[in-house]
Design a protein around this ligand. Structure first.
Ligand SMILES: [Fe+2]
Length: 205
């Protein structure tokens, strides 16, 4: 989960994790939660716990979440254009062209941070809770150890490579210097080069 403070002081919970009582208290100390963002079609599992903890917040979903989680209540569907609620502070791109994955990438201008869900995973020796079978899988089968790449579900196929490349190029047009992602270590150095390398297969067509 990423917590973003908007200029208004209100908070956005991006890709919420399970919100415990202690966590809800900690978040409330930071500000009032106005937005719950479900940014990927595989990242809806804990949205309901965020809704329960912050009943006044508006829920925004990535297209496709309504099919994968039909019981989840939501207010708005995210697209390519930032809504008035955060326009000018956070930009967004709906990533098209993948067979099963959908996500909305975001760029927080003030911190020059690119916020992804599954478009880059980054598992290394420093990543906590990654041993045994997971390490074997990522290192020897997927070859994604110390080698940031899109999630395996992306690599299972692109339905429209041109549309995917176009989405990635729109993301690369943002002036980001770090990448926050959902799986693995955050990317604090050489972020642009890491993204270009991770997406080279699709960018090069
Ligand atoms: Fe994921």
């Amino acid at each position: 989960m990423t917590v973003i403070r908007l200029a208004s002081g209100e908070l956005m919970l991006h890709s919420p994790c399970n919100i415990t009582a202690a966590m809800a208290e900690g978040i409330s100390a930071l500000g009032s939660v106005a937005h719950i963002v479900v940014p990927g079609n595989f990242h809806h599992l804990h949205a309901a716990s965020a809704q329960a903890a912050f009943a006044g917040a508006k829920t925004w979903i990535c297209p496709g979440v309504e099919r994968r989680a039909p019981g989840l209540e939501y207010d708005e569907v995210l697209g390519d254009v930032a809504p008035g609620d955060w326009a000018g502070e956070i930009d967004q791109v709906l990533v098209r062209g993948a067979r099963i994955m959908r996500e909305v990438a975001m760029f927080h201008r003030a911190s020059r941070t690119l916020i992804l869900v599954d478009l880059i995973e980054n598992f290394t020796d420093a990543t906590p809770h990654t041993g045994g079978a997971l390490k074997f899988l990522f290192k020897h089968i997927l070859r994604m150890w110390n080698n940031p790449r899109p999630a395996p579900e992306y690599r299972m196929g692109w339905s429209d490579r041109k549309a995917a490349a176009e989405s990635l190029r729109r993301i690369l047009a943002w002036d980001f210097q770090r990448i926050v992602l959902s799986h693995g270590d955050l990317i604090e150095r050489g972020a642009r080069e890491v993204a270009i390398r991770a997406w080279s297969g699709i960018l090069e067509g």
